[in-house]
Design a protein. Structure first.
Length: 484
C-alpha cells in the first residue's frame, strides 16, 4: 500500500475513533442532562401535587384522611392532570387503585410497592421509539399519617424529540467534519507524498541509467531541500560517469593504439626479415651459382640486418619513452625501390611456382621510403599468398594526371564479398588456411601509410585481383621504362 494511502487511512481511522468517542460522550451528557431535567420536573410536579392534595383534604375537614382520599380521589386526579399536564392514579397503602386516568397499566408502579411503603419516592423514565414518559411513585403522608400512594406519569416526548434532534445534528456535524478532515488530510498527505513519489520515480530512472530527468522544486521545506540534493547528486553522478566513459575511451584508444603499434612494428620487422630469409635460403640451397649474385645477396642480408638492428634499438627506445619511429619524407625516383622490392619478393614467389614481372616507369615523388617499402612488400606478399599456382604477378607503374600509379596484378579466386566490403578496415580477414597467421591489419596499415602520403589505395576484386596505389608526383620527374 502506498504511503499516502496509509497516512490517509490512519488519519481517517483516528478521526472516526475520535468522532465516535465524542458522539458517545456528548450523547451521554445530553441524555444525563435530559433525564436530570425530567427527574427535577417530576419532583416539582410531585411537590406541587402533594401540596394540592394536602390542601384539598384539609379544607374538607375530614377526620379520617384515608377515607377523605377515597372520596376526593376523582377530583384530585382531574385537578392535578389539568394543572400539571400529567396523568396519575391514586392507590391505598396496599396498592389498590382508588381512582386513575392512566391509559395503560405501568408494571413499574407495582414493582416499586415495597420501597414506597418504606417511604421512598421512586422515579422511572420509560423510553419508546418516539416518546418518553416520566414515572414517579411516592407515598402520600399527611400529618405523619400514611394514607395512600400516588403514581404519576408525565409525557416528555417533546423534550425527547429535541434530544434526538440534537443528537442527529451532532452526528451529521461529526460525519461532515470527518469527511472534511479526510479530504483535507488526503490533500495534505498527497502534497507531502507527491514529491517523495517523484523522487522515487526519479531514483528508479536513475538506477536504470536514465540521467535526463528533472524535478520541479518549489519551496524551502525539507522535501524541497531533499529534492535539490537529489538533483545535485544526479548531476555529480552523471559528471562522474561521463568522466569514467571518457577515461574508458582513452584506455580503449590506448589499447588499440598499442595493438596497432605492435602490429605496425611487426610489419616493419617483416620487411627486412623477408629479404634476409629469401637470400639466405637461396645461398644455403645453392640455388644460384653466380658469384656476383652471392655477393649481392650477402650485401642485402647485411644491409637488411643492419636495418633490422636499428628497428629493434628504436623499439627498445620507444618502450622506454625515449623516442618514436619517425621517418622524414624524401624526394626520390620510386622505380628503383619498386624494382628492388619486386626482386626480393620474387625469391619467395618462385617457391610457389610464381614469377613477378615488372613494367616500371620512373617518377620523382616525395615519400617515406621504408613506409612505401612496407606497403609494397605487404601487397606483393598477399599476391603471392593468394595467386593461382604457375601464374605471373605483374607490377606495373606509370604516370597519369600528376599521380604515380602502381598496379599489382595477380590471378586468384575472388575475395569473399563479406571480406571485400571491409577489406581496408582493421582486423578483417577471411577464414581460409592462408589467413590463420594473419592479424588482419596489413591492408589497414597500408591504407594509413598511403593516406599519410596524400595518396589513394584501392583493390579491384574478381578472377584477376588488381591492387592500385596512387601517389602524387613531385614537381619535377623523368620518364623511362624498365622491363624484367
Amino acid at each position: 500500500m502506498k504511503i499516502k494511502y496509509k497516512f490517509t487511512l490512519i488519519i481517517t481511522v483516528i478521526m472516526i475513533f475520535l468522532g465516535l468517542s465524542l458522539n458517545i460522550s456528548v450523547r451521554k451528557i445530553l441524555k444525563d442532562n435530559m433525564e436530570n431535567s425530567i427527574i427535577n420536573s417530576l419532583k416539582e410536579v410531585t411537590k406541587s401535587a402533594r401540596e394540592s392534595i394536602k390542601y384539598t383534604l384539609s379544607i374538607r375537614d375530614y377526620i379520617f384522611k384515608d377515607i377523605a382520599l377515597v372520596q376526593e380521589a376523582d377530583y384530585l386526579i382531574e385537578y392535578i392532570s389539568l394543572n400539571y399536564e400529567s396523568k396519575l392514579r391514586i392507590c391505598d397503602v396496599n396498592g389498590k387503585v382508588i381512582s386513575s386516568n392512566l391509559s395503560e397499566d405501568y408494571i413499574e408502579f407495582s414493582e416499586n410497592l415495597n420501597e414506597i411503603n418504606e417511604g421512598k419516592t421512586i422515579v422511572n423514565i420509560k423510553y419508546s421509539k418516539n416518546s418518553l414518559t416520566g414515572l414517579i411513585s411516592y407515598p402520600l403522608i399527611i400529618n405523619q399519617s400514611y394514607i395512600g400512594i400516588i403514581n404519576l406519569t408525565k409525557d416528555y416526548s417533546i423534550l425527547f424529540m429535541e434530544y434526538k434532534k440534537a443528537i442527529n445534528t451532532l452526528t451529521l456535524i461529526e460525519i461532515s467534519l470527518i469527511i472534511f478532515i479526510f479530504f483535507i488530510s488526503y490533500r495534505l498527505t498527497n502534497k507531502i507524498v507527491k514529491p517523495i513519489e517523484t523522487l522515487t520515480y526519479a531514483s528508479k530512472k536513475l538506477s536504470e541509467g536514465n540521467y535526463n530527468i528533472n524535478i520541479d522544486i518549489k519551496g524551502n521545506d525539507e522535501i524541497s531541500i531533499l529534492s535539490k540534493e537529489f538533483i545535485n547528486m544526479k548531476t555529480k553522478i552523471q559528471e562522474q560517469i561521463l568522466e569514467i566513459e571518457k577515461e574508458k575511451e582513452k584506455v580503449e584508444k590506448l589499447a588499440l593504439s598499442r595493438k596497432i603499434f605492435f602490429d605496425t612494428v611487426t610489419h616493419e620487422l617483416k620487411t627486412p626479415l623477408t629479404s634476409i630469409m629469401g637470400y639466405s635460403e637461396m645461398i644455403i640451397q645453392n640455388i644460384v651459382d653466380d658469384e656476383n649474385f652471392k655477393v649481392h645477396a650477402l650485401d642485402r642480408i647485411y644491409s637488411e640486418s643492419n636495418r633490422l638492428n636499428k628497428l629493434v634499438l628504436e623499439i627498445i627506445n620507444i618502450s622506454k619513452g625515449l623516442s618514436s619511429i619517425n621517418e622524414e619524407f624524401i624526394s626520390m625516383d620510386i622505380a628503383p625501390l619498386i624494382e628492388s622490392i619486386s626482386s626480393d619478393m620474387n625469391i619467395k614467389a618462385k617457391k610457389y611456382n610464381l614469377n613477378i614481372y615488372t613494367i616500371l616507369e620512373s617518377g620523382e615523388i616525395s615519400i617515406k621510403a621504408n613506409k612505401i617499402k612496407e606497403v609494397l612488400i605487404n601487397l606483393l606478399d598477399n599476391a603471392i599468398k593468394y595467386s593461382i599456382e604457375s601464374t605471373i604477378i605483374i607490377v606495373n607503374s606509370y604516370i597519369c594526371d600528376n599521380f604515380y600509379i602502381i598496379d599489382i596484378i595477380n590471378e586468384a579466386n575472388p575475395i569473399p564479398d563479406y571480406v571485400y566490403q571491409h577489406i581496408f578496415e582493421p582486423f578483417v580477414k577471411s577464414n581460409t588456411s592462408e589467413d590463420l597467421s594473419s592479424t588482419g591489419l596489413g591492408l589497414y596499415l597500408c591504407k594509413e601509410i598511403i593516406k599519410e602520403h596524400d595518396g589513394i589505395i584501392k583493390l579491384d576484386n574478381g578472377d584477376t585481383i588488381i591492387s592500385t596505389i596512387k601517389l602524387p608526383l613531385s614537381n619535377n620527374h623523368n620518364k623511362s621504362i624498365i622491363n624484367n
